[in-house]
Write a protein that binds this ligand. Structure first.
Ligand SMILES: Cc1cc2nc3c(=O)[nH]c(=O)nc-3n(C[C@H](O)[C@H](O)[C@H](O)COP(=O)(O)O)c2cc1C
Length: 197
């Protein structure tokens, strides 16, 4: 079974990270980190309330949400988690959505949270890393951070919607972005209709 790290950070759109979690949980083991700053956004945008939970309760809740037992959860301050070390082998990492703060931490090797450390490990070990940076508009600082990472092979996949698959609902748009992100990691899925099919 493949093993992925999935982080959700405090940008708008954690629903996309949750969609990827559900798709990954079907066939892969997922090691999940959710930044504390994204808790209120998850609550307000997706009705998912994770506040006040301990690690065990959090893992249980996330497994229920994903509909899978193959999910492991770590606090963003837990630098003793397996994903903080390169010796813990994974098939890659996603950050969806990726805030400009976490983007900066990752681009500059500043491992101030477990999310930034796990991304740093993913880069140093030469494993695939996919970021979905979310801001509007991007400043030159944001763009420079993205370019720096793209140049070393990190996939920069902002949640930009497409229209050629005929979306009718927000879920259709979320599925399209989540599907494109999964494609970048080579994960099989059927969550959006491909062009030409
Ligand atoms: C409702 C809400 C929406 C936000 N949306 C964004 C966003 O889209 N992009 C971004 O970079 N920051 C956004 N922020 C600010 C980040 O949450 C903030 O910079 C935070 O430090 C990110 O920390 P984290 O990456 O550790 O989660 C938002 C904050 C709030 C409260």
């Amino acid at each position: 079974m493949k093993k992925f790290v999935l982080a959700i950070t405090g940008a708008t759109g954690p629903i996309i990270g949750l969609r990827v979690l559900k798709a990954l949980g079907r066939t892969a083991e997922v090691h999940m980190i959710i930044s504390r700053q994204s808790f209120s956004i998850l609550r307000d945008e997706s009705g998912v309330d994770l506040s006040g939970e301990n690690a065990v309760a959090m893992e249980k809740k996330i497994r229920k949400l994903a509909g899978s037992k193959n999910i492991y959860w770590y606090d963003e301050g837990n630098f003793e988690a397996p994903v903080a070390s390169g010796s813990f082998r994974t098939d890659g990492m996603f950050v969806i959505p990726c805030s400009m703060k976490s983007l900066s931490g990752i681009a500059n090797g500043y491992s101030n949270s477990l999310i930034e450390r796990a991304a740093d490990v993913t880069i140093k070990e030469g494993r695939p890393l996919v970021l979905a940076p979310r801001e509007m508009p991007f400043s030159p600082i944001h763009l420079e951070n993205m370019l720096k990472l793209a140049r070393i092979g990190v996939k920069i996949a902002p949640p930009v919607i497409g229209f050629y698959h005929g979306p009718k609902t927000i879920d259709d748009m979320v599925d399209f972005v989540a599907g494109k992100i999964l494609d970048l990691m080579g994960v099989e899925h059927e969550i959006y209709k491909r062009w030409g099919k």
